[in-house]
Design a protein around this ligand. Sequence first.
Ligand code: PAF
Length: 281
Amino acid sequence: MTELVHTRAELAKARAGLAGTVGVVMTMGALHPGHETLIRAARERADHVLVTIFVNPLQFGPNEDFDRYPRTLDTDLEVCRRAGADLVFAPAVADMYPDGQPTVRVNPGELGEELEGQSRPGFFHGVLTVVLKLLQLTRPDFTFFGEKDYQQLTLVRRMARDLDVPVEVVGVPTVREPDGLALSSRNRYLSADERQVALGLSAALRAGAAAAERGADAGDVLAAAHRALGATPGARLDYLVLTDPDLEPGPVAGPARLLIAAWVGGTRLIDNLAIRLAPRS
Ligand code: PAF
């Protein structure tokens, strides 16, 4: 049985009835098998699973897709039920922000201004603020975030550490279509032709990873990724970067992260992959 609650009071009452450990999966709805994997990961780790569904206005820029972001509560509830969630919290904007836009927000620091933050000013202030509020309201032992939004996962981990939030942040690997496309709620904006173009992002990451496996250095890894992206023209590249696993600038050897963001038509897509750079002699 999956219980649906909308208000803070209902949530508090339902949460009080959950004995044992609680895992929270935060979403903006439009749930797909990637979210289902997060819920199942929570199911394996915690006694109870709580899913939040809230399209957070604070993390959308003025020209972004807040109004047209898909809202599909009925089918989302089906996914939650199937994946074994105990409780779904789907508040209205007025429940989350009863005093209007909060004047105090979480500052993500320098990393929040880079990569996604550079293209989407204020994005991570909005994300971390709502994540912290949802953590306060749900008081979980674990919270599960997809690696697909790798910068978000990194910043949530950092926030929990820096602000002593008593929760374990668990990263869950990206779920992909058989042809490599990373699952995203925004994929539903893509036409059939755009979807073909979008495959260039994961192809670029795979080409970079393959080059790294052959012993290529950082420059050659990036060059291989750029070449692969160029092979499926049509994507407007925002960034393609190689960082260390904590998103600090360029590693020369060892574990690294290759991250890409690009526009395909009117849709901005992101993806990333863990790679390992060979030791340099
Ligand atoms: O990844 C998302 O869907 C959102 O950024 C999150 C974490 C639910 C906060 O609104």
